[in-house]
Design a protein around this ligand. Structure first.
Ligand code: GBH
Length: 483
């Protein structure tokens, strides 16, 4: 339903692409079916259910392994142009290695892609959304440099088998989040708590792995398949806490976003200078013989630089930042000397880390565009958690206000945002938050063995946005969509 006057500033560019996003472990279930191998998330959720808030796991999740046809019909009824989903590495390669292919696992993805294409929906594939085979974690996971070879071998099988039907690939979901929460922190598998060093090594290996996969696609597949391979990062919106903190925004941006983006999208390549300097200083002050942050050789700097056809951005929320005064001979706060906090006036979601700050979305799209010469951008995740069942007006309002800021970045600042995906199509397994935080446009009843799906208000709202290619829609009516 449109009301008020038509407003051009609320219209999307003609070729703009709308989508939704999901990930394998969070929706598929079928954790040990048809020859699938074990992933670190299967293992983690089974062995550490105490670390998952509701002691749940993804054994069944949304059961999309069996219900993918119904999911595709939902996507079709929303009218999306693309669907971003991830592949489970051990479902395709149960031993992790490329010499044993699990045909049934591979067929699941072939069938899903076929079903999507038959319904006019472009598959947008994430190669890796955190669920690698356990064998590789036993050998150190992302702290082992050999992970670069292992994931490249896996990616080659994917390109060969699925690449002919896929135009969009991203490699590794949210490198900084997984390096910090899984190797430095303890909240995500494998929760190893190994300190700063492991966090930096993890990113070092991920950047190299991404570049290897990108160049492998270039030399072995691009000519025939003609797809695109993007690099995916998650970045916070940032605002100065005090008027004197404008430089803090830039420094924190480099640590939060530049850490991943600078090596690939900047002219010079490599990690941001400020980050290298502050970590080296801090390491020295800690009495270490060398920086906690590993260094790239010039050869690697050149190899990584430019290794992406587009920048994929996941964005949810923002932080206030302030410079922490440096005391003589003391270490910089959190290695970067900047403290991030939450403005108490920002509205809440169901996730403690996710405050609702629409203008942070515009800020980060513009900052990234400025910093890296206006690269093509896909928003690969944006969304909000609430537990409103199907009357999720707060999700409609979040999506509406965030998308409006994105449109301003496109229309007024010339940012090249090509597409946008809502996280997520279905309520799903939210990692350490189990099923307690719901991000779906579609409600899933997790106590029902059939995992019945029910459209929410937000799904109908999004359907209208896509239909009209305009944001001037406020009043979705649940009765207009029957699935
Ligand atoms: C995305 O990550 C994931 O890609 C997706 O799988 C997930 O379902 C979705 O978010 C919704 O959660 O403030 O210390 O508690 C978003 C990135 C996840 C990074 C939560 C920060 C909390 C850190 N964020 N995490 S903390």
């Amino acid at each position: 339903v449109t009301h008020g006057f038509a407003d051009d500033t609320l219209s999307f560019p003609k070729d703009f692409l709308f989508g939704t996003a999901s990930s394998s472990y969070q929706i598929e279930g079928g954790w040990n079916e048809d020859g699938k191998g074990e992933s670190i998330w299967d293992q983690w959720a089974h062995e550490h259910s105490d670390l998952i808030i509701d002691h749940s796991n993804g054994d069944v999740a949304c059961n999309s392994y069996h219900k993918y046809k119904e999911d595709v019909q939902l996507l079709k009824s929303i009218g999306v142009n693309f669907y971003r989903f991830s592949l489970s590495w051990p479902r395709i390669l149960p031993t992790g290695y490329p010499n044993v292919i699990n045909q049934k696992g591979l067929d699941y993805y072939k069938n899903l892609i076929k079903e999507l294409l038959a319904n006019g929906i472009e598959p947008f594939v994430t190669l890796y959304h955190w669920d690698h085979p356990v064998i590789f974690e036993s050998m150190g996971g992302w702290t082992n440099e050999l992970m670069i070879e292992w994931i490249t071998d896996y990616a080659r099988i994917v390109f060969k088998e699925l690449g002919p039907s896929v135009k969009y690939f991203v490699t590794i979901n949210e490198p900084s989040d997984i390096c910090s929460e899984a190797y430095f922190g303890t909240t995500k598998a494998p929760g190893k708590n190994l300190g700063y060093s492991a966090q930096y090594i993890c990113m070092h290996n991920i950047l190299k792995a991404h570049a290897r996969i990108y160049h492998m696609y270039d030399t072995e597949f691009r000519k025939e398949q003609n797809g695109q391979v993007g690099f995916l990062i998650s970045c916070l919106g940032l605002f100065p806490k005090n008027s004197s903190d404008t430089e803090a925004v830039n420094v924190f941006f480099q640590f939060n976003c530049g850490w991943m983006a600078n090596p690939i999208f900047s002219n010079a390549g490599d990690y941001p200078t400020i980050m290298k300097e502050r970590i080296a200083d801090n390491s020295k002050l800690s009495g270490l013989p060398r920086s906690l942050m590993p260094t790239f050789t010039q050869k690697w700097v050149q190899y990584i630089k430019g290794a992406a056809d587009f920048l994929a951005l996941n964005h949810y929320t923002s932080r206030l930042v302030e410079t922490v005064p440096r005391q003589d001979g003391q270490k910089w706060y959190d290695n970067c000397g900047i403290k991030a906090s939450i403005d108490p006036s920002w509205p809440n979601s169901s996730s403690d880390w996710l405050k609702i700050v629409p203008d942070g979305f515009r800020m980060i799209i513009e900052k990234i565009s400025n910093e890296y010469g206006y690269p093509p951008i896909f928003i690969t995740e944006n969304g909000v958690s609430n537990n409103c069942h199907t009357s999720d007006y707060s999700r409609v309002s979040y999506l509406q206000s965030y998308m409006k800021e994105m449109l301003t970045a496109i229309n007024e600042s010339g940012c090249k945002v090509k597409g946008y995906a809502v996280w997520s199509v279905l309520d799903n397994f939210e990692w350490d938050r189990g099923y307690t935080e719901q991000f779906g446009l579609v409600y899933v009843n997790f106590t029902d063995p059939n995992r019945t799906r029910t459209p929410k208000q937000s799904m109908n709202w999004y359907k209208h946005v896509i239909e009209t290619r305009n944001l001037d829609v406020y009043e979705p009516s649940i009765s207009t969509v029957i699935v």
